[in-house]
Design a protein around this ligand. Structure first.
Ligand code: BDR
Ligand code: CA
Length: 315
């Protein structure tokens, strides 16, 4: 698996989850790319190195390669989400510099190279804006045929948006790139707010994590403390939606999700709706010729919460 992210608190939780799978021999992480979004991609890459190292993995030039990707969207200004993730992207925990360094290869080139090295085997997990994936599609028009599956956290259908009334952050940050990804002829699984919001964790779950006195559990509890403060007004009670980890879990345990299959387009022009994901839910015959996207619409919420907690307590 190659993980493309904007590290970010829930991206960091996802790195911990993936690291626990790697340590258990249940997944392979062949590379990470970072992109603008929650934070700039250099800070995101350093955060990624910090988190992977905290989880006991070698990262950087001597381990899991961490590549820096696009610093801005394809056709609009860049925005960060520091209110949600802290000025350092990790809840203002200001961890020391990592031992490893980001690799020199740009994130989009890394996607293409790793896909070409193992045709049909690579899964792309993307939990930030889709600029690196869009750029990789533009670099190599055979890329869709080389990728096993693309799993994206992003979008909102019946659930309200979290940036505008209809638009979700990862899509809103780069609508053009997202639309390239949904238009390409490759298998896409989309994990929107409709699926992630019901998985919010609250005090009971957070207290169980905080009660575990290991460095990884303490780090996770600290960054979630910041995130839960940011989420409290939205959820109307203390809690946190760890969106990105759900997408990662559906890569390895797809049976935890429930899905609809629909073509997806991104609104690129609407004055109120730019960055909104639109699915074609009309009955057959479908007029949209795009390949249907497998969209998570629900799933096993306790199964997700318990597995994520167990992975964090496994270090
Ligand atoms: C997404 O936006 C980011 O802030 C989170 O990391 C997640 O990927 C949720 O809309
Ligand atoms: Ca993210």
């Amino acid at each position: 698996m190659l993980y493309d992210c904007d590290t970010g608190i829930d991206d960091a939780m996802t790195l911990l989850y993936l690291a626990s799978l790697v340590r258990a021999g249940e997944a392979e992480l062949v590379g990470v790319g970072t992109v603008h979004g929650n934070i700039d991609p250099l800070t995101g890459a350093l955060n990624t190195l910090r988190v992977l190292e905290a989880a006991g993995l070698k990262a950087g030039e001597q381990g899991v390669p961490v590549a820096i990707g696009a610093a801005r969207p394809m056709a609009q200004d860049v925005h960060y989400a520091l209110d949600w993730h802290g000025t350092d992207g990790l809840g203002d925990t200001h961890l020391p510099d990592p031992a490893g360094r980001p690799v020199a290869e740009p994130a989009a080139a890394q996607i293409v190279r790793l896909a070409r090295e193992a045709p049909g085997e690579l899964t792309l997990l993307a939990t930030g804006p889709l600029t690196n994936l869009g750029a990789a599609l533009l670099l190599d028009d055979e890329l869709p045929s080389l990728i096993r599956e693309v799993v994206v956290m992003g979008g909102a259908f019946e659930h309200p948006g979290n940036i505008t009334t209809h638009a979700e952050a990862n899509i809103w940050h780069d609508p053009e790139a997202a639309d390239l990804v949904f238009a390409a002829d490759w298998p896409v699984v989309l994990v929107p707010l409709d699926a992630t919001h019901p998985t919010a964790v609250h005090d009971d779950w957070l207290d169980r994590l905080a009660a575990h006195d290991t460095p990884v559990a303490r780090f996770a509890a600290n960054i979630l403390e910041f995130y839960a403060d940011a989420y409290t007004p939205t959820l109307r009670r203390r809690g946190a939606v760890i969106h990105d980890a759900l997408a990662a879990m559906l890569v390895v345990e797809p049976e935890l999700g429930e899905y609809a299959h629909r073509p997806v387009r991104v609104e690129l022009r609407g004055e109120l709706t730019r960055g909104t994901t639109v699915w074609d839910a009309r009955s057959l015959p479908a007029e949209d010729t795009r390949r249907p996207v497998k969209i998570a619409v629900g799933g096993d919420v306790p199964g997700f919460q318990e597995r994520l907690l167990a992975s964090l307590l496994s270090f």
